[in-house]
Structure formats: structure tokens, C-alpha cells
Design a protein around this ligand. Sequence first.
Ligand code: PBG
Length: 334
Amino acid sequence: MTSPFPQTFPRTRLRRLRTSPWIRSLTAETGLTPSDLIWSMVVHDGDEARIPVGSMPDLYRLNIEEAAKAARRARELSIPAIALFPHINPARKDATGSEALNPDGLIPTVIRAMKDAAPEVGIICDVALDPFTSHGHDGLIDEDGYVLNDETSKLLVKQAIVQAEAGADVVAPSDMMDGRIGAVRDALESAGHVNTMILSYAAKYASGFYGPYRDAIGSATALKGDKKTYQQNPANSDEALREVAMDIAEGADMVMVKPGLPYLDIVRRVSETFAVPTIVFQVSGEYAQIKAAGERGWIDGDKVMMETLLSFKRAGAAGIITYFAEDAAKALGA
Ligand code: PBG
């Protein structure tokens, strides 16, 4: 069999194309720009401007005013969108996560403040109950602690409508219930929000990499048990394609693979199989690893940050949700 890449040395010296920056840049197969980035941002409902998150160095929970300022910074840096995650005062949490449906709650208030400050920046909202429930699960639980699918779905629909009414451009269900994409789409259409997009956390794995996030939004201590009865088994790849196919059929405009780096094979399969924008989430534990090793001087943190972001593009991602968005956009010279 003849190889499609005949290599006869020295006629073929692959290193020729690596000799200087201009030729390396000319022959680059993929690239990263600020327009690939979605800024993952944690907001809180207290007065303090910025509260550090212990397990995520340089990440702060922002109050409403700071979040509005951050939206202006996103615009200056050409970051197209912000993904919002709330830290809710424990006093406002209950078993059904009712604060999620409050039209004057933290997230709707932040959306309005950001849209006043920088209307051109897209706002993506997480649809799930875990920041709001006293037990830390993404949905309603029965007496055995099992997360109820259809009952949860009804609440998620209401939560998504509250976000859309407040001005969210994209609602992003991250709860992994079955059938909720179709239910959310129907409700958005009936309420006249025909252009509100759905980004489905379609292939979301039951991962240890979410640890620091649960710390950031304050659900870590509350969570009893794990999320294995609704999030995907890390052993599975075909199942991710079934999840994505189902969510597209139900009306998802974009789909997500999460976490990022340990699941690049899934990003590749999903982006190749479906003609739909594939978003990847570089989650809190990935951020924490890079930051922690960087702080110790064990790796060059900035270099590794850019390398991981580029690798998502190489794997086929259309966009990347990341806590590094601001730093990366600055490094890209935006
Ligand atoms: C939950 C949700 C999680 C994240 C986003 N939405 C965590 C979980 O499923 O427990 C994780 C984000 C991160 O780790 O950065 N609805």
C-alpha cells in the first residue's frame, strides 16, 4: 500500500516548515481568537464587590455592580459572551430551589445590569436548580434522594422563562434531565421568545473536575451523594452521541461537551457527527489544576492555559466556556 504521505529524506524535511514564526503561523491548521471565548463568571447577591474563591486562585465572586463592569470589559476585549453562575445566600435555599423562579432574584438582576452596561455582549444562563437547593442537587429529590425527572423538568422550564424575560440571550440547561430541551423550547415559543437560543449541556459527565465550582457557588457542603443517576458515566462515548442527537431533535441550537480536556475525544466525535456548533466547557477543576501548578512554578501557567484553549479548537469546538477568558483575551492582544 502506498502512503498518502510519502516521506523521502532529505527531500522531505518536516522541520523546514517550523524554521521561523512567519512560516509556522502561515501553516497553522487552527487558531484561537477572543471570539472563541465565553467568559465563565460567578456572581453573588451580597454587598462585597469581589469575594475570592479558595480553590480557584484569581477567581472572584462578583457583586451586581462588578458584574456589569465585567460585561463592559468583555466588550472591550471582544469576548462575545458571558456564562453566568450564581452563588445564592444559603438563607434563600430550600428543597425545591424556589429562588430560581424569582423574577427579581440574583440572575435576572445581573442580566438586566449587564444588558444596561454592555447590550452587545451575549448572556448565557445556566438552567439547573443546584445553586438554589438546600441539598445541592440539580433537581427535585424524592424521599430516597433520587432526582425526579419530569417534575424537575417543569421547574426548569419556569426558570428558563424567568431568565428569558430578564433578557438572557441563551438558556443553557445543565441538569441532564431527559426531555427538558423540548419542554423549554415549547415554553419559549409559546411565551414569544422565539429567538432565545438553547445551549444544551448535552454530554455532561459525572466528573470530579467540578469540585472547585461547587465551592465557588456554595453547593459543595450541601451536596449529599453524587450525580451519577443523571450525569453521564465517564466510561461512555456512544452515549454522548445519543444525548446530543436527542437534544438537537428537541430543538437545541448548540450543544456542549463537559468537562473539556479529559473529553477531547467526545468533542471530536460530536463536532464531526453533527452539523451543529459544539461548545466545550473548561471546568473549574481544569482551571484549578493549571493555576495551582502555575503558582508553584511547576508549569508555565499562561503557556498551558493557551495550549489547552487551542487544543479545544483543534478538537473541533466552536466556542470555549472558560474561567480564563479575560486573561486569554488579553494574551491574544485584543
Ligand atoms: C450544575 C453545574 C455544574 C457546573 C456547571 N453547572 C456542576 C455540577 O454539575 O455539579 C460545573 C462548572 C465547573 O465545574 O466549572 N448544574
